[in-house]
Design a protein around this ligand. Sequence first.
Ligand SMILES: [Zn+2]
Length: 176
Amino acid sequence: MKWWTGLLDVLFPRCCPMCDTLLEENEEICPACMEQLPRTEQATLRGNSTEELFSDIKRFERGGCFMFFDKASPVQQMLHQMKYSETPGIGYQLAKEAAYDFMTADFFDGIDVIIPVPLHKRRLRERGFNQSEWIAKGLSDVTGIPMDTSHVLRVVNNFCCLSPRGDVQKAYTARR
Ligand SMILES: [Zn+2]
C-alpha cells in the first residue's frame, strides 16, 4: 500500500458513486453495487441489439454493451461522476468487470490489439485524462491483449464540424 493513498483515504474518505457507502482501498465501486450492476449478457448473444445498430458498417465483426442504462438510476449517477468528477478509475474497474464477463464467451478471440478512442490533444490537455484509455487498459489488463495508444490520432476536436455519421472517420487518422 502506498502510504499517501491510505492517508488520503483517511483524510478524504471516498464513497461508492452508486450507494455512497465508504470504499476500501483500490475500490472505485463497492462490491455490493458491482454485484448488482444491470448487466446485458450481450457477450454471449450473436446478433444482439448493439451489433444491429452497427450492422450497416462494413467489416464490423462484433459488439456488445456491458450494462443497461436508465435515467435517474444509480448507474447514471456513477457514469456522471466518472465523466465529470475526474475519477477515471471507475471506468478502469468497470472495464475489468466487463472483460471477465465477455471472456466467458469467445468475445476477445482473434483480437490482436485494443485501441482506445483518442482525444484531440487540446481536449486531452484540458481534461487531463482520456476515459477511453482507462477503459481500454482495464480490458487489456484482464485479457492480456496489448493496448496501443500511438497509432491512431484525433485530428478534429469538435464533432459539430462534421456531419452525423459518415464524416466521423475524418476526425481520426492513423500513423505508422
Ligand atoms: Zn455501492
